[in-house]
Ligand binder design. Structure first.
Ligand code: ARG
Length: 371
C-alpha cells in the first residue's frame, strides 16, 4: 500500500529508498558534557572543547535551531512529513547506582540514538554516560507512533551499566597523539572494553537484509553480537576503518547512495578483506570528494568529513551541505540531483545532514542486495 501523510506508519529498510517521514533533531538546551571516559577519548586532542563544559552559548543554540527548522521546512516542501523531538532538561545530572555525570548532552543528533529497521525503532544502548537518558527526548514521538501504527515495534536495547570497567584507561591520557591512535585503531583496540554490549545507532548502516556495523569507540563486538541476535532475519557484518584516529559513527566514513554505489572516506578506506560482499555483488565503492573546509567549526566534535554526511531522499536525490561544493560536484557527476541545505553552523551539535535525522518511513521492502 502506498504511503499516505494522514496515516502513521513506521518502515525503513535501507538508507536510500524514497524518504516520506523523518525526525529532525533540535539544538535546544544542548550541553558540552563534563569529562567522562568515552567522551574524552573522542574529543580531538587539539580541540577547543578540551577542558570546558556546560550549556552551549545561547546564540549558537538559536542559530543551529534556525538551520534545523529551515531544513525541516525544506523537507516538508518536498512532501516529507517531519517530526521534531521534545527536549528534556539536559542540565540535570544523572546518577545511577553505577555512575554519576553532572550534565547530559542534548537532543541532537537523533541518528545516534534511534535505529529504524523495518517496522521497528530500536533505542541504542549508547556508550557515553551523558547520553544514557537521551532516548527520553524521542519518547513522545515513539509513544505516538506506537499508538497510531499497530505494526510498530518500539524496542530498547538493554541499558548498559557504564562503570569504569567499560573503558580502557589507556585512552584517558590527554596526549596520546594521532600516530598511537592510528596504531590502536588498526589493532582494533578502542576506548570501550567488552564488558557488556554497547552500540550507538549511528554505527549501523541498513542495506535491506544486511546490516553493516562499525566496530569502534561507540560500538563494541558484544554490541554487534547483540544486534545479530536481536535481528535474526538479517545478516550482520562487522567493519572497521583503520585510518580513523577517532572512530565513532559510520556516517562520515561510509555512505551508501543507492543500490550498487557507496562513498568511502579516502582517509578511512574499508580494508580489502572486508570488501568481499560488495565486490561479489558488483557494488562500487568510490572515494568521497575532499571536504570544502580545512577545520571543523568551533566547539565541534566531528571532523571536516561531515562533508559526506549526506541525507539521501531517493536513489536519485541527495541533500548536501551548502558549503560542501566538492561533495556536491561529485554527486552531480554520479548522476544525483543535489538539494543544498545550509547546516554548517549546526555541525557543532553532533553532526551533519544524516546525523541530525532519523528515518521513520521510506518506500520499498526488505531486499537482498548481496545474495
Ligand atoms: N566520526 C565522524 C567524524 O568526525 C562524525 C560522525 C558523526 N555522525 C553522527 N551520527 N553523529 O568524521
Amino acid at each position: 500500500m502506498a504511503w499516505s501523510p494522514d496515516k502513521t506508519e513506521v518502515k525503513s529498510w535501507n538508507e536510500w529508498d524514497t524518504l516520506r517521514h523523518v525526525i529532525v533533531g533540535r539544538a535546544d538546551d544542548c550541553h558540552i558534557p563534563p569529562e567522562e571516559p568515552a567522551l574524552d577519548a573522542k574529543v580531538p586532542e587539539d580541540s577547543d572543547m578540551r577542558g570546558q563544559w556546560g550549556r552551549r552559548p545561547q546564540e549558537t543554540i538559536d542559530r543551529a535551531n534556525e538551520l534545523l527548522d529551515n531544513f525541516a521546512d525544506q523537507l516538508r516542501k518536498r512532501g516529507v512529513r517531519v517530526d521534531r523531538p521534545v527536549s528534556i532538561d539536559h542540565s540535570q545530572p544523572v546518577t545511577t547506582p553505577d555512575f554519576h555525570t553532572d550534565s547530559q548532552f542534548g537532543c541532537m543528533p537523533p541518528r545516534d540514538v534511534l535505529l529504524t529497521v523495518g517496522h521497528e525503532m530500536l533505542e541504542a544502548t549508547m556508550s557515553y554516560r551523558c547520553r544514557w537518558f537521551e532516548y527520553l527526548n524521542y519518547r513522545p514521538l515513539l509513544k505516538q507512533y506506537w499508538e497510531e501504527d499497530p505494526n510498530f515495534r518500539h524496542e530498547a536495547a538493554p541499558k548498559p551499566r557504564l562503570t569504569d570497567a567499560d573503558y580502557h584507561p589507556d585512552y584517558l591520557s590527554e596526549k596520546i597523539g594521532d600516530a598511537k591512535r592510528l596504531e590502536w585503531a588498526a589493532e582494533k583496540f578502542f576506548v570501550t572494553t567488552e564488558e557488556e554490549p554497547l552500540f550507538d545507532a549511528a554505527d549501523v548502516l541498513r542495506f535491506g537484509k544486511d546490516l553493516v556495523v562499525q566496530h569502534g569507540f561507540t560500538t563494541n563486538l558484544k554490541g554487534i553480537e547483540w544486534l545479530r541476535r536481536h535481528f535474526p532475519d538479517h545478516r550482520v557484518h562487522t567493519v572497521n576503518f583503520p585510518g580513523d584516529p577517532y572512530p565513532i559513527h559510520i556516517d562520515a566514513t561510509f555512505t551508501p547512495l543507492r543500490p550498487g554505489l557507496i562513498l568511502n572516506n579516502p582517509q578511512r578506506r574499508l580494508p580489502e578483506d572486508q570488501r568481499g560482499m560488495f565486490e561479489k555483488n558488483g557494488w562500487e565503492i568510490v572515494d568521497a570528494a575532499q571536504p570544502a573546509h580545512n577545520t571543523p567549526p568551533p566547539l565541534c566534535y566531528s571532523s571536516t568529513w561531515l562533508s559526506m554526511n549526506v541525507l539521501v531522499l531517493d536513489p536519485k536525490t541527495v541533500c548536501v551541505e551548502k558549503s560542501e561544493v566538492y561533495q556536491a560536484e561529485q554527486m552531480d557527476k554520479l548522476g544525483m540531483e543535489v538539494v543544498e541545505v545550509d547546516l554548517r553552523d549546526a555541525y557543532a551539535f553532533g553532526g551533519g545532514l544524516h546525523c541530525c535525522t532519523a528515518d521513520v518511513y521510506r518506500d520499498g521492502e526488505c531486499e537482498d542486495y548481496f545474495p
